[in-house]
Design a protein around this ligand. Structure first.
Ligand SMILES: *[C@@H]1O[C@H](CO)[C@@H](O)[C@H](O)[C@H]1NC(C)=O
Length: 356
């Protein structure tokens, strides 16, 4: 069901998909960023590789195909947020700032610095349906529901997640928006979810009329801060077998907003939204022959955040003066670290912080 899978396996997959390439252009890129962040990758070995190897093998290995279903092409995409459990206002604001950074700013002056979240979403908007309509570039938060009473308990299953949506859409002023609406359920760090941490960090699917009354695309993402940060908030926490306990192994990166759990969630939210937009009813864009286990545009690039990533390397990202890592800028000066997504044009993983 289109999960954001565990990071261990996918760390290996991008190595196959996205061959290493050199980062000669880094000086050039640095000049465009007024804050002079440094590109770095603590895990990237210092060996220059030919840029001609850039997309080697990628398009042959990946058979991402269109299966004739709809994409989220109506503008704007209305996101309905369902906060399940106990959430703090600063954490909610951080996630909302990410979502509100997806749409291009109204004016050039109001635009965040490049590379930006909306430039990251630009890759998603390159996907089209059979009428030639692109995925919408604009995303708004159309409504919020606070399920602070844990209406379905502190453990959710894939089916009771739909009960959470059902009760949210029944409560005013939350609307049933089956035209432009998608529903994003975010569970607090004390909520366990079926397969969370063991197999998935988030998933997307659509609701069933028998449960919710309508077929509504939705995604769930959990706060892994307490449960499994080394799995779902990687690379802000690192599994002990990789040296997460200290020693000479790779060190976890410092999250851009100082929040391991929520900063980690933001990349998973980006992953799920990108897949929801391009495969909302699980009959549009995916690779593989099995629609019950589709490989989608986020899955293909999981664990990859910058140039030179793959094979356990996250790629080159930026670091601010206080050592926090990020790869995109958002509204109100926010910074985020968001995984790359598969580009149908480049036939490779792509992100706005690419160094070429
Ligand atoms: C729509 O997608 C096509 C194909 O990927 C792309 O060439 C085009 O630039 C996109 N149009 C917009 C308005 O984003």
């Amino acid at each position: 069901m289109s999960p954001a899978r565990l990071f261990f396996l996918p760390l290996l997959i991008p190595a196959l998909l996205c061959a290493f390439y050199s980062a000669d252009a880094s000086d050039q890129q640095l000049q465009t960023l007024s804050t002079k962040p440094q590109y770095f990758n603590p895990k990237l070995p210092l060996r220059p590789l030919s840029s001609s190897k850039r997309f080697e093998g990628s398009s042959d290995l990946v058979q991402l195909r269109y299966h004739m279903g709809p994409v989220l092409s109506s503008a704007p995409i209305n996101v309905y947020l369902i906060w399940y459990g106990r959430w703090s206002a600063p954490h909610q604001l951080l996630i909302k700032d990410f979502l509100l950074s997806i749409s291009p700013a109204a004016s050039r002056r109001a635009s965040p610095l490049s590379p930006s979240v909306s430039e990251w979403w630009r890759t998603v908007s390159l996907y089209t349906d059979q009428t030639g309509a692109n995925v919408s570039r604009s995303v708004v938060i159309a409504g919020e529901h606070h399920d602070t009473a844990y209406s379905q308990g502190t453990h959710l299953t894939r089916l009771t997640v739909q009960d959470v949506i059902a009760s949210a859409v029944r409560s005013a002023p939350f609307q049933v928006d089956h035209k432009n609406g998608i529903y994003l359920i975010l569970t607090s760090e004390d909520v366990t979810v079926q397969d969370f941490c063991r197999a998935v960090c988030g998933f997307h699917y659509f609701t069933f009329p028998s449960k919710v009354g309508y077929t509504l695309p939705y995604a769930w993402v959990g706060n892994s801060g307490k449960q499994c940060p080394e799995v779902c908030a990687y690379p802000f926490a690192i599994p002990s077998y990789m040296g997460g306990g200290g020693g000479s192994g790779p060190k976890p990166l410092t999250p851009p907003n100082g929040e391991v759990g929520v900063d980690g969630m933001i990349s998973v939210i980006g992953h799920e939204l990108a897949e929801l937009a391009t495969n909302p009813l699980v009959n549009a864009w995916y690779a593989g022959e099995d629609p019950t286990a589709p490989t989608e545009i986020g899955d293909l690039c999981e664990g990859l955040y910058g140039t030179g990533g793959g094979g356990g390397f996250i790629g080159q990202v930026m670091r601010d003066r206080s050592g926090r890592s990020f790869n995109v800028n958002g509204r109100r000066g926010r910074r985020f670290l968001v995984q790359w997504v598969w580009s149908p044009v480049l036939k490779a993983c792509a992100g706005p912080n690419a160094l070429d």
